[in-house]
Design a protein around this ligand. Structure first.
Ligand SMILES: [Zn+2]
Length: 302
């Protein structure tokens, strides 16, 4: 039995926006993660369509990266939904502390939203008539939560586990520990008896053992030379900018990279190159991977 329960709908959104998980219970409705800000009108349409006239009672975020909570503000404005965020982020959101929140550090945007409640690791949430346990899943993000429904053996894994890998290990860019945490998170997932994973990006999948094996081998690969994590981060952050803007003048790339504190730290810790050198390298990598192309003086999204 590999399918999604009838009361769960997943909007697979690609990479600028995370997936959105709709939980449609008899008496309550919720969404886990809301995509990126520029996709918010589309998110609202998808949610309204799925709700068929019902109200959206709850918004819950696995973690507060801009591609997971960028639709919060518009859904709140439309539905007034009760919003729950990971407990460790409460003060930052309360004061909208752009230095401490990740948006400024990554050069990404997020419309300001509010929250009504927090979720801590170990909490049990009743969503769509099922019980979901919130589990701490550090590695990609120190405060990320994942949600497990033992009854259905379904895991909402955010960016801790994808079918092929996981999100950037951000803490390591800043000289903090992240690889060990990611490995522990994978161990935690292995202990759960999951039959279906709903990841933060990409389609839901059943081969949990295969995904865990690929993820572990990737942690090993990155940890063997942390420069690889920094280079990967750089490519992903540039691709994100490109997804948002579609076209960037080549001459602007070094300045845009340098405007991200997370890049500046990764560069001084690992890459140790001039912004021009790094920009040329990253743009070249995206082109080689078929994720961008150069036309005249511009880098274009593919
Ligand atoms: Zn993330």
């Amino acid at each position: 039995m590999n399918a999604l329960p009838d009361s769960i709908q997943v909007f697979e959104r690609g990479w600028l926006s995370s997936n959105n998980v709709m939980l449609l219970g008899r008496d309550d409705t919720a969404i886990i993660d809301t995509g990126y800000m520029t996709h918010a009108p589309q998110t609202l349409e998808l949610v309204r369509h799925a709700l068929r006239g019902r109200h959206l009672d709850q918004i819950i975020n696995t973690h507060l990266h801009s591609d997971h909570c960028g639709g919060n503000a518009s859904l709140q404005a439309h539905f007034g939904s009760r919003t729950s965020i990971p407990v460790a982020e409460a003060d930052k959101v309360r004061h909208w502390d752009v230095e401490a929140l990740s948006f400024k550090a990554t050069g990404q945007r997020c419309e300001r939203f509010t929250f009504d409640a927090t979720v801590s690791p170990g909490d049990v949430l009743k969503l769509a008539d099922m019980e979901w346990q919130a589990l701490g899943a550090p590695g990609h993000d120190p405060h990320s939560l994942i949600f497990y429904c033992a009854q259905e053996r379904v895991l909402i894994s955010a960016d801790a586990l994808w079918e092929n890998g996981f999100g950037i290990i951000f803490p390591e860019l800043d000289g903090q520990s992240g690889f060990a945490e990611e490995r522990a998170t994978l161990d935690l997932i292995e202990g759960l008896d999951v039959r279906l994973v709903i990841p933060g990006h990409g389609k839901p999948f059943n081969d949990v053992a295969g995904a865990l094996a690929r993820a572990r081998s990737r942690v090993d690969y990155l940890e063997a030379d942390p420069l690889r994590n920094a280079q990967n981060a750089l490519k992903v952050l540039l691709k994100f900018l490109l997804l948002e803007r579609q076209s960037i003048p080549l001459v602007e790339v070094p300045r845009l990279l340098l405007a991200m504190p997370v890049f500046a730290k990764a560069n001084s810790n690992f890459l140790k190159q001039t912004p021009e050198e790094v920009a040329t390298w990253a743009a070249g990598q995206l082109v080689r991977a078929g994720a961008a192309r150069v036309e005249g003086e511009h880098l274009l999204n593919v």
